[in-house]
Each structure stands twice: as C-alpha cells, then as structure tokens.
Design a protein around this ligand. Sequence first.
Ligand code: FAD
Length: 279
Amino acid sequence: MTHPAAIPSSSASSNAPSTGEAPKRQRRPPRRVEVSKIEILSPAMRRITLKGAELEGFPVTGPASYIKLIFPEPGQTEPTRPLPDGPRAVSMRTYTPLVVRPEALEVDVDFVLHGEGPASTWAAQAAVGQVLFLMGPGPGYAVDTAATQHLLIADDSALPAVETILAALPATAHAQVLLEVISNAEQRVLHSAAQLDVRWLARGTDHRTAGEPLAKALRALPSIATEARIYLACEAAAMRRIRQLLIDDLGVSRSQIVGRGYWKLDVVNHPDHDYGDDA
Ligand SMILES: Cc1cc2nc3c(=O)[nH]c(=O)nc-3n(C[C@H](O)[C@H](O)[C@H](O)COP(=O)(O)OP(=O)(O)OC[C@H]3O[C@@H](n4cnc5c(N)ncnc54)[C@H](O)[C@@H]3O)c2cc1C
C-alpha cells in the first residue's frame, strides 16, 4: 500500500485536550535554504549543500530518513513560500539528507541526474545562491546494530540512503552492498566502520531495465545469511520483483526485508511511503 506523503510535526499535540477527534496533523513550516556549494561527484551525481538561517533547529537525521524539497516552477527564479497548511507544492520531491551540520546550518543532498523532472533538471543547472524550500525530516530505517550480517540492495536514487546506513553500522557488522548505477563512472569510495563487500552494477541509460542488474547479481550470490537484515530501495516495480525473488527463490523470510520504492518508471513524483506492502 502506498501512503500519501505527510511529514508529521515534531510538536504533535500529545498534551492537547482530548476532543474525541484525531488531532489534525500539522506540517512543519517550510525552511528557506540557499545553495552554498555544488560538487560534481560523477557524471550523473551532484552533491548540493543547502544552507540557511531557517535550518536552525533542524535535527541531525537518522539513516535513510528523508526531506521534501520544493523547486521553482517554470518561469520562477525562486519557489513561492508554501503556506504551512496550504496546498501541496507541485514541484516538491523527496530526497535524503546525507549529512546535516547543525552548527553550520547546512544539509548535503546528493541528486541523481536521471533526465527530465523538476528535481533532476534543477540539480543539473544548480548554482550557488539559488533558493529552495525544505520540509521535514521524515523517519528512515531503524538499523539493527546488534545484527552482524546486512545486505543492502539499492539503485543510485538510494545510494545516499545506503551511505547513511553504512555510517551507522558498527565494526562488528559485515555488509554486502549491491548498487545499481548508470555506468561504472558512478563508482565511489564508501565509508563504514563495518566490513564491506561492495559490488557496482552498471544499468546503462535505459531506465526500463531498472532492477535487472540487481536481480541478476542477487541470483549469483552463493548464499544469503538467514539472519541477514536486508534493506532494498530502488524503482518501485523492481523493488517488488526483487522482494519476491528473495522470498520465493533465495530462501529469505519476509520479516528480514525492508523494501522502499524510491521512484517509479513513467510516474511523476512517486509517493515517499511506498513500502511495497501491496505485493
Ligand atoms: C525516501 C526517499 C528518498 C530519496 N532520496 C533521494 C536522493 O537522495 N537522491 C536522489 O537522486 N533521489 C532520491 N529519491 C528519489 C527521488 O525522489 C525521485 O527520483 C524523484 O522522482 C525525482 O524527481 P524528479 O522531479 O527528478 O522526477 P519526477 O518528476 O518525479 O519524474 C519524471 C520522470 O523521471 C523518472 N524518474 C524519476 N526518478 C528517477 C530516477 N532516479 N532514475 C530514473 N528515472 C527517474 C520518472 O519515472 C518519470 O518518468 C528518494 C526517494 C524517496 C522515496
């Protein structure tokens, strides 16, 4: 089941007087941020640092959490500041806060340049001083730090999420990491205290084959530890197929897997809460 995008307020009205009605969910006010730095990590990945006084109080986020970014509409140089409970901005998309530096009032976000779309198109032309609005954060993945075996299966859209998970793993953990990217030029060094076995899988530019390299690599694995914690995040239909592959053919139990659809082929602004639990 997919759920509509909603970012709960940190100040949920737990001490409000009971009226018998469910408390109205309030969205946190959007924060105005400016691009302060742009790094070309690889042909299809840009690291963009967003900075601003309105990031005061923005928390350090946990692994694979998310933010919503609001991009300018065509013809705008700066997006209109959305009203806290007003209509949802059309050009709002979901991204991973890769690194949060509260003292510098900065958040780093890695953007895949996948082609056309308000977010990808914006990231390709981003320049220092440009303005976005940022909402969130929303919750991510509860890393089981007691587990010694982890299998992380992701495409490039979830590479930042994987990096935040790797940063949270202890030295006692072993992580097998399968990463599907457009080409081998996207490879980069990943950091973790855990022991890593990383495989980069080139998909090519035809997004219609999304998930195929991941499925092929999974079939070729000698085995998957019965106690492995598995995080799977990629194109939504591919995520469902790979989850079935893990369960039906590779002997994994459903409870070992956390699945996330990060984008959907031919769908604009796929929802941020696609857990694939309709499959
Ligand atoms: C929790 C969460 C965290 C995410 N974090 C990140 C992140 O840190 N970095 C990141 O780059 N993405 C991330 N994504 C994915 C990102 O939200 C989507 O890729 C989003 O659709 C991009 O918006 P857009 O405006 O570029 O394209 P849209 O307007 O949404 O879509 C336009 C077209 O592009 C296609 N498309 C969209 N995304 C991709 C893609 N990645 N590859 C190929 N085709 C695509 C769609 O199928 C559609 O046909 C995250 C998603 C979720 C749910």
